[in-house]
Each structure stands twice: as structure tokens, then as C-alpha cells.
Design a protein around this ligand. Sequence first.
Ligand code: PEP
Length: 257
Amino acid sequence: MNRKYRKTVIAGNWKMNMLASEIKPFMEQLKAELPKTRTCEMVLCTPAVMIPAMIKAGKDCKVAAGGQDVSKYAKGAYTGEISASQLADIGAKYCIVGHSERRQYHGEDDMLINAKVKALIDQGIIPIICVGESLEQREMDLTMEYVAYQVKAALSGVDAAKLRRCVIAYEPIWAIGTGKTATAEQAQEVCQGIRAVIRGIYGARPARAVSILYGGSMNAKNAAELLAQPDIDGGLIGGASLKPADFATIIKATDQE
Ligand code: PEP
């Protein structure tokens, strides 16, 4: 983390878990575990139907609500889709884009992800742009080339002013939901590489200001070491964000120099 130049973000990704009725007890437990002062932005990305309940329950511990996906279209005959303006209208401040589960199970490609990023920025929602390599790509030593391509494609046509409204999440696919975390060195190396890619496109200042998160089996035990890395500005957390005590421990781990 480098709090002098950028904000620290801890974002939970609940995926297709939990019920709206479980949010209040979850938030009560989380609130009891949270430190009085916090040095990070806290976000919970829920299924869209739960966003209003999350905003209501999360108000007094300042949790921002986020979506997990968005349509690239502004409005119209797209049954089952949800637009960026609809997310903004119900109070979403963030939205995950390009999660590997959407790339894998829904065939999302980099062009589509770029369109979604722009749709969110236009509505004032901060996209959390997920990038990351497969195990095969890592073993072939293609990690940085592949991740650099994903970053460039997602940000194509996004100017420097708008980049300030974006968060990048490096999530190696082999570490998501597997219990296999990237080592702090591996995660730092790629997050530093992502910052270098952004520097190449936008210059030093915007690169220094962009928050880059790590995601992939981050948990209460390994968070402090990962968050101590200079280019890791927070976490995108799946499994551990479903457990209030663990999520609170990760948030507490941001309180380090
Ligand atoms: C994720 O889904 O973005 C994620 C990082 O999941 P987990 O923490 O469970 O690996």
C-alpha cells in the first residue's frame, strides 16, 4: 500500500451467495468486529437485488455497495440484463467487471469488458476491473504479457481523468476459490507490472494514483503480508468476505505502515 498517493480498497465479492435477509445480521456482526477508525474504503459487491438492503444495513459502518456485473447497453430490450444507470439509481458505488468467472462461464471478452467499463464510468460507478492469468499462462511465462493486454484492452478509450475513477484487481485465475494464494512476491511483481503498463499509457502521475488490488484466496491469515507490498492497494475477496470476523480481520490488516 502507499496511502500517500492512493486509496486502499477492501472489496468483498459475495458472488451468488447470501440472502437479503442475512445482510442485517452479517452487518451487525461485522460492525462489532471493525476497528473504530478505518484507513480503507470498504465495499461489498452483492447480487444486484441485494444492493438496497446492503446500503440500508451498511450505512452506519460506511460500507459502499457494489454490483458484480453490468450490461454494456444503456437501456432497451436486453432481458435479464442490468444497466449502469439502474445500478447507479439504486445506489451502487462500485461494480466488478471482467471477473474470471464471467470470462469463463459467460464468454466475456476484452472488448465487451471495455464497453462495460465505459458504461460504468459514464454513470459515475467505479469499475473494479479484474485481470489475471491462468495456470497454463503462468507456466508458459506469459503472465505479464497477458495481463498487460487485458489492462490495455479494458482501458482502451478511457482518458486519464476517467482512469481516476477506476480500480484494477489482479486476480490470478489459479488462486481464485482454490485456497492457493499467490505469494506476496508474485502478487507484488504483477501489480507493479500493471502500474508500469498504466504508466506507459497515461504517464507517472495517473499510474501512481491508481489503486491496484490483489484477489485470489486472500484471507485473515495472509492479508497483512499481501497488503504490505508497495503496489498492492487492497484486496478483492471472495470466500473470506462471507465471514464477518475474517473480513474484519482483513480490513484491520490495512492499518499498517
Ligand atoms: C474472487 O472471486 O474475486 C475471489 C478472489 O475469490 P476467493 O477470495 O474466494 O479466492
